[in-house]
Design a protein. Structure first.
Length: 269
């Protein structure tokens, strides 16, 4: 699956509340939904939605009970009922890639808080055929910050693991490079060893939270990860964690990198 083009003009923008610094410091922001054309999708798949770093909450007036839900918990129903039909896309056979960091503290008074994101995964699973993704460094799945989630069969949580979904060979590695004594972090050596082992097998899609840099485009990321993926060449990397002004980059060897930090990309033929 290769991305042929991404329209720089959003097909929609979702207003939401972004966390500020201190009580009452939150503000309204907008989440862009971008349209991307790919060369082909697997049979039976009409659309794939890719997203990461949905760090915000819905507006008070949009909440069913006045308590703002996580942005990623409120988003799937709007995608399914408004946005995809609004641009003429089929809502049957829709898959989802999640690249992590889906939490924001309820008070919206602190950025970078960690918490339980099971509701986000489950909301996407309620609306769409399957979900596959990884954890960000701020994501937990219950009381134990290191515990993996227990999800229904159509929700595929990957961490140093692989899945074959509708013929797509997908690898996933969550968290970031950092102090391994902290949750969702691996040392340089641990991360690259895991990545190399995953990519010894043919990989159509690599989903990561951390990801490669793009020195030609001036995009932030890890040179170590870039060295591995340029050598082992997954077809497409979907990543979050560091926001790029441009969502798509091409590395040496033709490896495509789709950056979905604080954006949603809708992939279709």
């Amino acid at each position: 699956m290769r991305i042929l083009s991404i329209d720089p003009d959003p097909i929609a923008e979702i207003p939401f509340l972004n966390a500020g610094r201190g009580p009452g410091g939150f503000y309204e922001d907008r989440l862009p939904i971008l349209d991307a054309v790919v060369d082909r999708l697997p049979d039976g798949v009409s659309v794939i939605i890719a997203a990461a770093d949905l760090q915000g909450r819905e507006r008070f007036q949009d909440s069913p009970n006045g308590v703002p839900r996580l942005l990623g918990e409120a988003l799937p129903s709007r995608l399914a009922t408004e946005i995809l039909p609004g641009v003429g896309l089929d809502t049957g056979g829709v898959g989802v890639f999640l690249a992590g960091d889906l939490y924001t503290v309820p008070a919206l008074d602190r950025r970078g808080g960690s918490g339980d994101v099971r509701a986000v995964w489950e909301a996407f699973g309620d609306e769409f055929s399957w979900v596959v993704g990884v954890a960000g460094n701020h994501d937990t799945f219950g009381a134990d910050p290191n515990a993996p989630p227990r999800f229904p069969r159509h929700l595929h949580y990957l961490d140093n693991d692989r899945a074959n979904i509708d013929g797509l060979k997908i690898a996933g590695l969550g968290g970031i490079i950092g102090n391994p004594r902290r949750p969702r972090r691996r040392s340089d050596e641990q991360y690259t060893e895991c990545l190399e082992a995953l990519l010894r097998h043919r990989t159509d899609i690599l989903i990561t939270h951390d990801g490669p840099n793009d020195p030609i485009g001036g995009h932030h990321g890890s040179p170590l990860i870039r060295e591995v993926v340029e050598r082992l060449r997954p077809s497409l990397i979907v990543r979050g964690h560091a926001h790029w002004k441009q969502p798509l980059a091409r590395l040496s060897g033709g490896v495509q990198v789709l950056n979905v930090d604080a954006r949603v990309v809708v992939l279709h033929e």
